[in-house]
Ligand binder design. Structure first.
Ligand SMILES: [Zn+2]
Length: 417
């Protein structure tokens, strides 16, 4: 017998291990406790990535031979992704993260897809290395993102209404000098002026304001709904030394949004935002393209930021998702790349479904036995490849989340408001 057997991996259901990112702003206990990792050395644990982004690829725990998820999928991508996802994207289109925000993140916007493609080609042509400090476009993709709060969660999201901005400029003595410009030329001019002001002027203008906010917070005069609360937090509730970050302006100009566990918010291209505090599940297109506007030691490219920012007032749309059968809540967004579901199951519950495309699951509480075969507990993830049916039995009260690619009709029904 000389038969040649073609070795196609069997794309069924596998335990998955993500990649921890130790960014400076991360917390010290939430992710270590979720993942069962000892953190005696007190490293910050910021994000846990489940996907195929080159900066942190997940691992398929395939018996004794763990293999990187991109390698595993790459052997027969049409089967690993389903033929429709393969045709549309050519790779896993989403990246799922669990985040623990201890210190606030940089103010940022994400580019449209066409802008990212052009920017990536331009920076390649200019000879800027892919991992260079001054590289804006790390890949060719857009990066719309959604976050689902696990704890109470605070973030900055989009510009306030113009009347609100006008009264903040009028009522804050340091900002009064900016009011005529805003009234005359509007939001884009105001923001560009702030972002292009020289550093000495920024520091001179903002120093008394920051000191006052630190004092007011100490005196108990501020809440998390006040910009000053976050300004003081950014400076560790102490009088600042040295330069003041121009990102402080943005804290006053953007909406401060508060989400309760189970609530989600979508951030499309061009909407400025910054995470302030809390734990969440974040799901985005498979990209790391970020244009920054302050509150960070990372690279800031002001012209590129301004070119990609939408200068329009935003009312934050906080959504609770659509409840489906058996404790499942589904969240759809106006992009074809991803959708999110959360699943709350009682002890002894049985949940059944079948994957159409690739599904990545994470257990946040409790545990499940999948098809009487695979056990996954709190802090553990798994992947269900297309066309596999699954049955979960719970051990105790259980919470999971799922990232998946929506079928075409689902996202086109989404009404943007
Ligand atoms: Zn972002």
């Amino acid at each position: 017998m000389n038969q040649v057997i073609e070795m196609t991996p069997s794309y069924t259901i596998y335990p998955l291990q993500g990649k921890v990112q130790h960014y400076e702003w991360g917390g010290f206990s939430y992710l270590p406790s979720l993942l069962g990792i000892n953190n005696e050395e007190k490293r910050p644990f910021a994000e846990y990535w489940l996907g195929v982004h080159p900066l942190g690829v997940a691992t398929v725990l395939n018996g004794n031979e763990p293999v990187l998820l991109d390698t595993f999928m790459g052997q027969y991508p049409e089967k690993a992704l389903s033929s429709s996802v393969y045709k549309q994207f050519g790779e896993l289109p989403y990246l799922l993260k669990i985040m623990d925000v201890n210190q606030m993140l940089s103010i940022q916007v994400h580019p449209e897809k066409a802008v990212a493609e052009a920017g990536y080609a331009r920076e390649d042509q200019l000879g800027i290395a892919r991992n260079a400090f001054n590289r804006n476009y790390k890949d060719k993709n857009h990066k719309p993102e959604v976050m689902l709060a696990i704890s109470e969660f605070w973030l900055l999201h989009g510009f306030k209404q113009e009347v609100q901005i006008e009264s903040i400029l009028a009522e804050t003595s340091e900002f009064q000098v900016l009011l005529p410009l805003f009234k005359r030329e509007g939001l884009a001019s105001l923001y560009s002026f702030i972002m292009e002001m020289d550093q000495l002027s920024v520091t001179n203008l903002l120093m008394p304001l920051v000191k006052r906010e630190v004092r007011r917070k100490k005196e108990g005069l501020l809440t998390k709904n006040d910009p000053g609360w976050w300004v003081a937090k950014y400076y560790h509730n102490e009088n600042p030394i040295g330069d003041i970050d121009r990102g402080v302006f943005s804290i006053y100009l953007f909406n401060i949004a508060q989400l309760q566990p189970g609530e989600a918010i979508f951030q499309k291209a061009g909407i400025p935002h910054a995470y302030l505090e809390g734990q969440n599940i974040e799901l985005m297109s498979n990209s790391d393209n970020v244009l920054r506007g302050g509150l960070t030691p990372k690279y800031i490219d002001v012209p590129e930021l301004l070119a990609n920012m939408r200068f329009e007032p935003v009312t934050p749309q906080i959504v609770k998702g659509t409840p489906l059968k058996d404790g499942e809540t589904i969240f759809h967004f106006p992009v074809p790349d991803f959708a999110l579901a959360s699943l709350h199951l009682k002890e002894g519950a049985l949940f059944e479904d079948k994957a159409i495309g690739p599904e990545i699951w994470m257990v946040l509480e409790g545990g499940v036995i999948i098809n009487n075969e695979i056990v996954r507990k709190k802090g553990e993830a798994f992947i269900v490849f297309p066309d596999n049916a699954y049955q979960f039995r719970t051990s105790g009260k259980t919470q999971l989340c799922k990232a998946f690619v929506p079928v075409n009709s689902a996202y086109s029904q989404y009404e943007e408001n």
